[in-house]
Design a protein around this ligand. Structure first.
Ligand code: DAH
Length: 336
């Protein structure tokens, strides 16, 4: 019996250390220690047949053998699972994972670009409130009371008074009330109109406003400024075109286009076959406006302009649908 036990211990120890994985080890454990007919279990059961005086000694040996086998199994188990853990640690040949790097939204980047251009020409940045009084949004800017822009259809009115500013022009007024000429300021910001969303309309969009007031400011200064802006945006060959127009707060007034850089005026898909890209409105500050802010209309003259940033950004990146700029789909934003 004794030899049998020692032989079992020796053989099992070898098998345990030879087991290459957890399931091979488990197979050894069941075969030797299994409750029903594990080899050691069978031996233990047969102890009853031993003469009584041998039983205590053999019993002790059986327990030692069992403990040693169990210990060997659990040590091997630990060693095997360590090997396993090492195996799943890094596969150094895998390509690295690139962290996603954020950046400014296209609208903000174009806004910054415009602000930089005018900053380089001595303009300072001013900001104004998005909810504005009708007085600053319309009245001071010489909109008559029955002007269609004041209609509920075009303007978002705030309950209890005020409007969501329909343009950045009221910031001209606020700025002139706080500063004396000479003045050079630009104001970027969000503006609001009662428009239904589609590929080219949104109730929220972005403008940048410019104002220059000094002695002897002329229409040619306005054209020079806008031409310089176009050059810095689109390169040395860019040209600006002014067309007569009307705004209540400028006289004379103009709308200005950049001659399409792609087709040089011939018409192509970038400019919608127009040969030019409509950018914004401009003009010489109306004397009524100077009067509203208390400037001496015989002493100073001024130029002003306002342009839509969203349209410009769409042209620059050849984006066909305005909604893409507001939906914040990262798959789109990462590509512009
Ligand atoms: N505020 C005008 C608009 O939203 C744009 C504009 C036109 C601004 C002429 C000006 C300007 O400063 O002189 O349509």
């Amino acid at each position: 019996m004794r030899e049998k036990l020692l032989a079992l211990l020796e053989r099992t120890a070898e098998e345990v250390s030879g087991a290459q994985d957890i399931s091979a080890l488990e197979e050894v454990r069941v075969r030797v220690l299994g409750r029903k007919d594990g080899e050691l279990t069978v031996i233990m059961r047969s102890m009853g047949k031993l003469p009584a005086e041998e039983r205590p000694e053999i019993g002790k040996l059986v327990n030692q053998v069992k403990a040693q086998i169990e210990e060997a199994i659990s040590a091997r188990k630990e060693a095997l699972s360590e090997v396993k853990a090492v195996e799943v640690v890094p596969d150094l040949t895998l390509p690295g994972r690139r962290p996603r790097v954020g950046r400014a939204h296209l609208i903000n980047r174009v806004t910054d670009q415009l602000v930089d251009i005018f900053h380089g020409m001595g303009f300072e940045v001013a900001l104004g409130p998005e909810v504005e009084s009708e007085y600053y949004n319309f009245e001071c800017l010489n909109f008559p009371p029955d002007h269609p822009a004041r209609d509920m259809q075009d303007t978002l009115y705030v309950k209890g008074g005020g409007v969501f500013r329909t343009h950045t022009s009221p910031v001209q007024i606020r700025y002139m009330l706080e500063h004396q000429p000479p003045i050079r300021m630009v104001c970027p910001g969000r503006v609001f109109r009662a428009d239904v969303v589609d590929a080219s309309h949104s109730p929220v969009f972005h403008q940048i406003e410019g104002l220059l007031v000094d002695k002897m400011v002329r229409m040619s200064d306005l054209k020079g400024l806008l031409a310089e802006m176009a050059k810095q945006l689109y390169g040395a060959g860019a040209k600006v075109n002014l067309r007569p127009s009307f705004f209540p707060f400028t006289e004379p007034s103009a709308e200005f286009d950049i001659v399409c850089v792609n087709c040089e005026g011939a018409g192509c898909s970038t400019c919608g076959q127009k040969g030019r890209i409509e950018i914004g409105g401009a003009g010489m500050v109306h004397q009524e406006v100077f009067q509203a802010v208390g400037y001496d209309k015989y002493d100073v003259t001024g130029l002003a302009f306002g342009l839509g940033i969203d349209r410009l950004a769409m042209m620059m990146c050849k984006i066909g649908d305005l909604r893409l700029l507001f939906e914040n789909d990262l798959r789109f934003l990462a590509g512009v």
